[in-house]
Design a protein around this ligand. Structure first.
Ligand code: UD1
Length: 422
């Protein structure tokens, strides 16, 4: 069983380059299902376990995929023949559900395993299903699968009760070749959705209002394959921006789009970090102890839930009391028990965590509970005095490319150990 061993307390200094965004790459991979007649090329794709699983899913559908160079993939979906996303894959990666809309649009039929709950909450997919139904798909739920059929989907007016990222993406992909106009209201506005929309428009789609909460999609009869580059991973960038806050030192985080991180940068400045923003790089410096600030997670452009656990580590060593409120997922405080093992003073009250900053965390063995929680434990280990070990690394490997190499390159004492932990 692999684990990370971290000797904390070392200030970081240097530059970390950010990879392509997993949450942009996955829907883009799903979008390749929409067009045969040639090859897609996706660039700046991170080599992460979730990406590899998605490629496995595409291959199981009958598509052809091949990595070129370090971060480019060529995909040909001409030979797609299956419409089934099996439980084994959906269970390991919820984002597999993104094939639902594209499969119905391309093949007229999809059979996708229903994802169960996950470590951070129930996470239903009812918005995806209701939207497809409104677009004329006939749905059947049986034996843990949803089966959707439609000879051609038709445009519809759909309102999201809550903005859903993959819900918006799934319905946008379903609508792009539907007959007539689809309007998605209260849609999510994350940069990854805008990037997917731009790719679909380059393929010949007619999507208007990208980046707003109202998307108007005029269905086209066919789409064509394209070459496209994924956007930088704003969550990976945000994670590294928080590192000097807990270790001291200064970092340049580059190959980023600072616009995606405006809210996060605003919060980091309030916490007392010095931040300089360039076109595609952000420099962060710590001066003195971090101030406690309150944080509430919100859909984009609000503070991302995917950086909540990391921000909590920052507040664990800040100068006062902070209230961190999670509004997106109902069970996203699994990291709290692990952070307490390192000496953090955190109480949960309903949707909020009340964090009283301590001077120093102390190293201890901890266990990752979900993807972003695992990154928070690495940050906590870097901050703590002594040795921290982080187990259950499969969570981390789903979403952070070469994290230990990137951190070691800026001075962190961190290494991956493959042996059984004693
Ligand atoms: C995506 C991201 C994930 C991020 C999350 C919130 C991907 C692959 N994953 O997940 O990293 O943490 O956005 O920014 O991009 N909901 C329903 N019914 C639905 C769909 C969602 O009730 O059909 C609820 C969810 O339970 C949650 C909220 O809506 O409370 C937002 O979830 P959603 O945006 O859909 O998250 P994901 O797309 O799964």
């Amino acid at each position: 069983m692999a684990y990370l061993e971290i000797e904390g307390g070392v200030p970081l200094k240097g530059k970390i380059s950010i990879s392509g965004a997993k949450n942009a790459a996955l829907p883009m991979l799903a979008a390749t299902i929409l067009a045969g007649g040639g090859s897609f090329r996706l660039d700046n794709v991170p080599r992460l376990d979730d990406v590899k699983l998605f490629l496995e899913l595409l291959t199981s559908l009958g598509c052809w995929v091949s990595w070129k160079e370090a971060d480019s993939i060529v995909i040909d979906t001409d030979s797609i023949e299956s419409c089934v996303a099996p439980y084994d894959l959906v269970n390991r990666m919820r984002a597999s559900v993104l094939v639902l809309g594209p499969l119905v649009a391309r093949l007229g039929r999809a059979r996708v395993a229903l994802p169960g709950g996950c470590a951070i909450g129930a996470r239903p997919i009812d918005f995806h299903l209701k939207g497809l139904e409104a677009m004329g798909a006939r749905l059947k739920l049986e034996k843990g699968f949803v089966e959707a059929r439609a000879s051609r989907l038709k445009g519809a007016h759909i309102f999201f009760d809550i903005p859903s990222v993959t819900g918006t993406e799934n319905l946008m992909m379903a609508a792009v070749t539907a007959r007539g106009r689809t309007v998605l209201e209260n849609a999510a506005r994350e940069p990854e959705i805008v990037a997917l929309g731009e790719m679909l428009n380059q393929m010949g789609g007619q999507i208007h209002g990208l980046g707003s909460e109202k998307l108007v999609i005029d269905g086209v009869s066919s789409l064509n394959p394209v070459s496209f580059r994924t956007i930088p991973d704003r969550i990976e960038a945000g994670t590294y921006l928080m590192a000097p806050a807990v270790t001291g030192g200064e970092l340049v985080v580059d190959q980023v789009n600072p616009e995606y991180l405006e809210t996060v940068i605003g919060k980091l400045r309030l916490a007392g970090l010095d931040i300089d923003v360039d076109n595609s790089a952000i420099q962060v410096r710590k001066r003195g102890r971090i101030n406690s600030i309150d944080i509430t997670t919100q859909p984009y452009p609000g503070f991302p839930t995917d950086l909540q656990a990391q921000a909590m580590v920052m507040m664990s060593v800040a100068s006062g009391l902070s209230v961190i409120t999670e509004t997106i997922f109902e069970n996203r405080f699994m990291h709290v028990a692990e952070l307490r093992r390192l000496g953090a003073d955190i109480r949960i009250k309903g949707q909020s965590a009340i964090v009283k900053g301590v001077k120093r965390l102390q190293g201890a063995p901890v266990q990752a509970t979900d993807l972003r929680a695992s990154a928070s434990l690495v940050l906590a280990g870097l901050a703590a005095k002594g040795t921290t070990t982080v187990t259950q690394l499969f969570h981390l490997d789903r979403g952070y490319e070469n994290m230990e190499e990137k951190l070691a390159s800026v001075g962190a004492r961190i290494r991956r150990m493959e042996q059984q932990q004693v």
